[in-house]
Design a binder for this molecule. Structure first.
Ligand code: ADP
Length: 203
């Protein structure tokens, strides 16, 4: 279900972020929001998963970190994102899915954007109950075979998210950019909530 009248339009919302705990559905929502705005969805999780298959020292390091449920170090992550954002498809906007995830990454993103006179326009944050998240991730692990969707790794990922990434919500809330959305429900229902939150948050 969608409600075109509540969707924000135009270039005012061109540089978007989506954050949320593992299993909150941010990858799924990122694809539909990005296609609505005609901007690419850039997922650091997808970039790192793509890297994993290579036989390089970086790939090996990323494999180990992801299997354990931790975060790839800021230096590596920032360099990868800075490079990706120079691609021509990101010139007029993008939706970053899963970046920034640490306060250090927030600073780097600000620096990257300021060199081209831009800034973050809005931050979508999906909320979900922890028990529901664990259940969803275990189901995804069974269905898709994602190696980081095991019970032990899921617990680590949720803890790392609350320690390292939840503080970013305060940062973006203070900037007046945070659009908090209930991530539970059908995909289309959540998308509609996101469009409504973006249009009513005054981002
Ligand atoms: P989820 O949100 O379910 O954890 P993602 O696909 O967004 O899934 O990320 C998968 C993994 O990729 C993370 O657990 C982490 O190891 C790594 N990763 C993704 N984005 C970042 C980031 N911005 N900083 C550090 N590590 C990241």
């Amino acid at each position: 279900m969608s409600n075109a009248s509540t969707r924000p339009q135009g270039p005012d919302l061109a540089r978007l972020l989506i954050m949320g705990p593992p299993g909150s559905g941010k990858g799924t929502q990122a694809s539909s929001i990005a296609s609505h705005f005609g901007i690419p969805a850039v997922s650091t999780g997808d970039i790192f998963r793509g890297l994993q298959t290579a036989s390089t020292p970086l790939a090996e390091r990323v494999r180990g970190i992801m299997a354990a449920g931790g975060y790839v170090d800021d230096e590596t992550t920032n360099a990868i994102v800075a490079d990706r954002l120079t691609a021509s498809d990101c010139r007029d906007g993008f939706l970053l899915d899963g970046y920034p995830r640490t306060l250090g990454q927030v600073d780097t993103l600000d620096e990257i954007l300021s060199t081209s006179g831009h800034r973050v326009d809005a931050v979508i944050c999906l909320q979900a109950d922890e028990d529901e998240l664990v259940e969803r991730l275990l189901r995804r692990g069974r269905e898709q075979g994602r190696t980081d969707d095991t019970e032990q790794t899921i617990r680590v990922r949720l803890a790392v998210y609350s320690q390292q990434t939840v503080p970013l919500m305060e940062t973006y809330r203070n900037r007046g950019l945070l659009a908090e959305v209930d991530g539970l429900g059908d995909i289309g229902v959540v998308s509609t909530r996101i469009y409504q939150a973006l249009s009513t948050s005054g981002c």
